[in-house]
Write a protein that binds this ligand. Structure first.
Ligand SMILES: *Cc1c(COP(=O)(O)O)cnc(C)c1O
Length: 369
């Protein structure tokens, strides 16, 4: 049996261990240290974000964004329904109400049309929108940002999956009031676990920095006027992040190449539709995602499992989750349809053309059978 091929495995650059060695030599194992600063700098340089704050997860980054924006009990917060729950949980932490908006077919991401329709017709004005750039593909973020501005809704970009993706040459995560990235184990880069909050408002990022370290006032005796969290990234993990950032463009290029290989090998099959990429955008193609018009995706999953290859259904939309059965929503069936037909294929940057060829062959056989 071949070695298991994962959806998206960690892929080190080779510099990480050396940097971790420096951390150990300096004995700044924890909590902070020069690598945390260097990691924040490298994210700012790469994405063009004005300010950055390294945290222990992407979820923590979303939570701090909502906290700084003053989202509280009973507030409505709009969100993409077609996403991972990590995008939504922080709304619940603040006892606010998620309101789910469906995707459009052009981007598989949040529909600007439905967003505007909701804002025009709603009786209670939402305070913020959390929009996900799904599977590393940019949403129609310029239109979405314009609508948010017009209606006075704060914009938080969940770019957990989309580091390196751009729209009109500008990085996802830098259009909104806040953007977040994740460095969880399966993302395009990983620090084994971690996140980053970015934003152009320096005061807001400083406020988030304050909340992320237990809201300690600047006194040696630990004075507290407010409550916070223990959300900062450790210096050891930031050292991994600095090593990973050296190869971000190589990783984006490889993810995009893997997508092109699948497209070359499967693109002729009529019933297969690949996730689109909006004009003027460059996705990082974190996962190659597609739908089957006729074949049951579960059959394909099972066939791939037989050759020890991981695949996953597309995210189950949030408005279909039992947890959110009573949540407000504006949906038109788009994400439900995608969920019923779609699959994410193995897209690890460690994969070779032969791996993609073998997987594609198996998919072709399964469709014919
Ligand atoms: C991974 C992910 C998150 C959460 O990031 P963590 O670092 O795992 O907390 C949030 N939103 C989306 C869309 C994600 O894929």
């Amino acid at each position: 049996m071949n070695k298991r091929i994962f959806l998206s495995s960690p892929h080190m650059s080779g510099s990480e261990l050396g940097y971790i060695g420096e951390v150990f030599e300096s004995n700044y194992i924890a909590p902070l240290g020069v690598f945390v600063d260097r990691f924040e700098e490298s994210i700012k340089n790469y994405t063009g974000a004005k300010n950055a704050l390294a945290l222990n997860s992407g979820t923590a980054a979303i939570h701090l964004a909502l906290r700084v924006l003053g989202i509280g009990e009973g507030d409505d917060v709009l969100a993409s329904t077609f996403t991972f729950i990590g995008s939504i949980n922080a709304i619940l932490y603040e006892r606010a109400n998620p309101v789910f908006i469906d995707s459009d077919e052009k981007s598989w991401n949040l529909s600007p049309f439905l967003l505007e329709k909701y804002l025009k017709e709603c009786s209670k004005k939402p305070k913020a929108l959390i929009v996900t750039h799904l599977y590393g593909q940019s949403a129609d973020i310029k239109s979405i940002a314009m609508i948010c501005k017009e209606y006075g809704v704060y914009l938080v970009e969940d770019a957990a999956e989309s580091l390196g993706a751009t729209f009109d040459g500008k990085h996802t995560g830098t259009f909104g009031d806040f953007g977040i990235y994740s460095f969880n184990g399966n993302k395009i880069l990983t620090t084994s676990g971690g996140g980053m909050l970015v934003g152009s408002n320096k005061e807001w990022i400083e406020k988030a920095r304050f909340y992320s370290t237990q809201a300690r006032e600047p006194f040696v005796h630990y004075e507290h006027n407010d409550y916070g969290y223990n959300y900062r990234m450790s210096n050891v993990l930031a050292a991994i992040g600095v090593g990973q950032m050296e190869v971000i463009e190589d990783r984006v290029a490889k993810k995009r190449e893997i997508f092109e290989w699948y497209k070359e090998l499967l693109g002729d099959i009529k019933e297969i539709n690949f996730m689109p990429e909006l004009p003027n955008s460059r996705g990082n193609r974190w996962l190659t995602a597609l739908t089957f018009a006729k074949t049951d995706y579960r059959k394909v999953m099972q066939a791939l499992e037989e050759i020890n290859v991981e695949s996953r259904p597309l995210w189950k939309p949030m408005h279909m989750q039992p947890l959110f059965k009573d949540a407000k929503r504006l949906v038109d069936g788009t994400s439900e349809e995608l969920f019923s037909k779609g699959l994410c294929l193995a897209s690890s940057t460690t994969m070779s053309y032969e791996d993609v060829f073998m997987i594609s062959q198996k998919i072709k056989e399964t469709i014919k059978a």
